[in-house]
Design a protein around this ligand. Sequence first.
Ligand SMILES: Nc1ncnc2c1ncn2[C@@H]1O[C@H](COP(=O)(O)OP(=O)(O)OP(=O)(O)O)[C@@H](O)[C@H]1O
Length: 254
Amino acid sequence: MLRASNVTRSFGDERVFEDLSIDVETGEVLAVIGPSGVGKTTLLRLLALSREPDDGSVTFDGTDAWAVDEAERLSLRRRVGMVFQEASLFDAPVARNVEYGLRVRRSWSERLRGELRSVVGSNGTAEAVTEALDVVGLAEKTHEHAASLSGGEAQRVSFARALAYEPDVLLLDEPTSDLDPRNTAVIEEAIAEARSRDIGVVVATHDMHQAERVADRVAVLLDDRVTEVGPTERVFENPRDPRTRKFIDGELVY
Ligand SMILES: Nc1ncnc2c1ncn2[C@@H]1O[C@H](COP(=O)(O)OP(=O)(O)OP(=O)(O)O)[C@@H](O)[C@H]1O
């Protein structure tokens, strides 16, 4: 569905990665693992169609996102949701934060269809909002102010916001790196829920155990390339690339 092919990205003279290819399909979870600073965030930005690769292409259902006009690229971009490492909620009730996802990403026609789907429930909140908050176990916080949430709860609301507008692809950048085990477990369950809704999920993480728990496939990003990509169990138990093996065994020190 969403595919980066032979992409290269540099900042000035510094090449982050070169000739890298990666793809995510409907209803699968792909984990991108690699040490801090290797370029996971940079890769997610390419997949989010918010940055153009220096070389190579990013295609969505076969459409080259950087070969079409801005309006078409925007409509592709609207199909992608992103959750960042730090929750970026605004100063408003939880429901307003989650609704924001419903509003901004949709074109007018999609919004009209969306309105029908998100009929306001008896508590005055769009059902899609309540439902997304339910997935992250925070339906009871709907009317609370975002500022009153713990860091873990705020991150769960960020996830609900991304889920609420029903993206085709969800990109998660280290979504649990600052969270305790309980909040981490909730986010990991929400990832499974997204997959069951046929969303393609890419989760960038330096936590190999998390990748093992949540991912169908794993891509290992080391130095400036993907050293290995394949089914999670195979990559962890029988890595083919010697650098991947060292990384997984904790022998590569970064
Ligand atoms: N806007 C930028 N300008 C210059 N260099 C950048 C920029 N963004 C990223 N880099 C560099 O690109 C490299 C990859 O950064 P990136 O944030 O993608 O890595 P990461 O794997 O996501 O790291 P982390 O896990 O620590 O977030 C780093 O060397 C970083 O310094």
